[in-house]
Design a protein around this ligand. Structure first.
Ligand code: PLP
Ligand code: COI
Length: 341
């Protein structure tokens, strides 16, 4: 197999073309067979619902080349279930779980030479998406859908990888309404975040730190990642009707329990940040991005977690444990990984 000319260890989180992508069409009330294609474009009707009424959902998961040379997909069934739920939430034809998993495995197999080497610390990112394809002019769901899954090798989402970065609270922007689409992975939520994100970046922050949209009292999430804080022996993470249920967070909650910690999933008043010793943003792209400090743009208050700029001890242990499972260095006690044979 010819190796691609890629400097794996300097990869950021961007688009690098791979060999093929996978497609599947929903028509006449059913999903068809998976197709493999080299085509990176889509042809669609100018009145397709994804273009007008936001019928678009996506997912993100990773495949890792392990120390033992084996390639592992991390918790793909959870991504499949979340996509299913998202589709139901915005009235798109949900893709069967088995079909999603079959597509993910096929995409990795067909792009094997793009799964980064173990030593590089990079991985192959899988980006599944599902869109409404057929025309509607009235606000109604489409009758036809397209599922696409492409892959791209990636490095760290936030600059520097496992390093602390600052976040900023800005009450001027919301990402999702309290009973809106925040718990679904739909493109519209990300469009809603672009302006705030740009502003945060321009001020030197990694991302925006969102408070609940209704009362601006409680912590929601940090950009495209969930939040967790370490308070004494507790792993504390928000409960909210407007955040994405993160698969990474779910995994970290289990690993924290395994480390003998208490796990609290509840409303977290923003002032409670002052009582936390460590804080992190977690997600597939972010993995764990330890937070150095959170500045409150409106009040001027600063919550500092890492005066020396180093990741905290608990964040580091959680990060190492998660990575060890993903790269097959430690036993996968919960069956989270699928080996691509
Ligand atoms: N929150 C948002 C808004 C996200 O986009 C993501 C990324 O998928 C996450 C949280 C983290 O979720 P996961 O750990 O499932 O990738
Ligand atoms: C992910 O973590 O997979 C995400 O979706 C985050 C972002 C790239 C949208």
């Amino acid at each position: 197999m010819e190796q691609p000319d890629i400097n794996w260890s300097s990869l950021g989180f961007g688009y690098v073309p791979t060999d093929v992508n996978i497609r599947c069409t929903y028509k006449d009330g059913q999903w068809g067979p998976l197709r493999i294609t080299k085509d990176t474009t889509i042809s669609m009707h100018i009145a397709a619902t994804c273009l007008h009424y936001g019928q678009e959902a996506f997912e993100g998961l990773k495949a890792f080349r392990g120390k033992d040379g084996k390639i592992r997909l991390f918790r793909m069934d959870e991504n499949a279930k979340r996509l299913y739920r998202t589709c139901e939430g915005i009235m798109m034809a949900p893709l069967p779980i088995e079909k999603f998993c079959e597509a993910a495995i096929l995409a990795v197999k067909e792009n094997l030479r793009f799964v980064p080497p173990y030593e590089s610390g990079a991985s192959l990112y899988l980006r599944p998406l599902l869109i409404g394809m057929s025309p509607q002019v009235g606000v109604k769901p489409a009758a036809e859908y397209e599922f696409i899954l492409f892959t791209t090798p990636v490095g760290p989402y936030f600059k520097g990888g496992f390093q602390t970065t600052p976040f900023v609270i800005m009450r001027e922007y919301d990402r999702a309404a309290p009973l809106g689409t925040g718990t679904y992975k739909v493109g519209g939520n990300y469009a809603a975040s672009l302006l705030a994100n740009k502003k945060a970046h321009d001020m030197g922050y990694s991302n925006v730190f969102y408070l609940d949209a209704k009362e601006k009292k409680y912590i929601d999430e940090c950009g495209a990642a969930n939040f967790f804080g370490i308070k004494g022996n507790s792993y504390v993470t928000p409960k909210s009707t407007s955040i994405l249920p993160s698969i990474t967070n779910k995994s970290l909650m289990q690993l924290a329990k395994d480390m003998g910690m208490e796990v609290e999933q509840r409303h977290i008043p923003v002032e409670e940040l002052a009582e936390m010793q460590e804080a992190g943003a977690c997600g597939t792209a972010a993995v764990i991005s330890p937070i150095s400090r959170i500045d409150d743009y409106d009040t001027g208050k600063k919550y500092v977690f890492s005066p020396d700029g180093k990741p905290g001890e608990v964040c580091t242990r959680l990060y190492n444990r998660l990575r060890a499972i993903q790269y097959g260095e430690e036993p996968d006690n919960y069956g989270w990984t699928t080996i691509v044979e």
